[in-house]
Design a protein around this ligand. Structure first.
Ligand code: HEC
Length: 157
């Protein structure tokens, strides 16, 4: 059993090293950019990201993980593995929001919404794993209800 764990951490280390080598520039978030595609859960050397940064990577614009997944599952032949990795990274990033304080509203409500997001994103992940296109789209639409809930309650802008 823990042989497996050993292997997993070895792979994680190898990926982290590879990401480090491949990352351009020395910006704090350079390695994260590369690691997103490897789905490596290892934020030991990742600086704490601000809410804005997390939203930027996960959700903002055409390069965001959310947008990539949304576009891809509209295709006749989605890249299931890439989509699943991207959703895994969305989960990892959004989970980090619990380390931040909401710009507005209660921390308790904030943490609850983060959990709701994670639960709904996990459903998306499951449907992607099962390669069910319609159900993946539906699950992603359900995930989007948490965007609005959180912005309405916690985003002062
Ligand atoms: C748990 C709360 C929460 C959830 C869930 C959430 N957001 Fe956000 N989002 C925020 C907050 C707070 C900000 C404002 C951050 C700031 O400007 O400091 C924000 C900002 C943004 C921005 C603007 C980023 C920028 O650079 O100005 C976008 C785009 C965004 N969110 C998209 C989404 C989408 C799409 C989803 C759902 C798939 C989502 N968010 C889910 C809290 C949340």
């Amino acid at each position: 059993m823990w042989k497996n764990l050993g292997l997993t951490s070895l792979i994680a280390t190898a990926c982290a090293l590879a990401a480090g080598t491949m990352a351009r520039g020395t910006g704090t978030y350079g390695t994260t950019e590369t690691r997103r595609f490897q789905g490596v859960v290892n934020d030991a050397n990742e600086q704490e990201l601000s809410t804005k940064e997390i939203m930027g990577k996960a959700h903002k614009g055409k390069q965001s993980l959310f947008f990539l997944v949304q576009q891809d599952i509209r295709k006749a032949k989605p890249d299931w593995q890439a989509d699943e990795k991207n959703v895994a990274e969305m989960i990892r990033l959004v989970s980090m929001l619990t380390k931040n304080n909401p710009p507005k509203g209660s921390k308790e409500g904030w943490d609850k919404l983060v959990q709701e997001y994670v639960d709904k994103a996990k459903v998306v992940q499951e449907k992607l794993k099962e390669e069910k296109v319609q159900e993946s789209r539906t699950a992603l639409n359900k995930l989007m209800t948490t965007c609005k809930s959180c912005h309405d309650t916690h985003n002062p802008k």
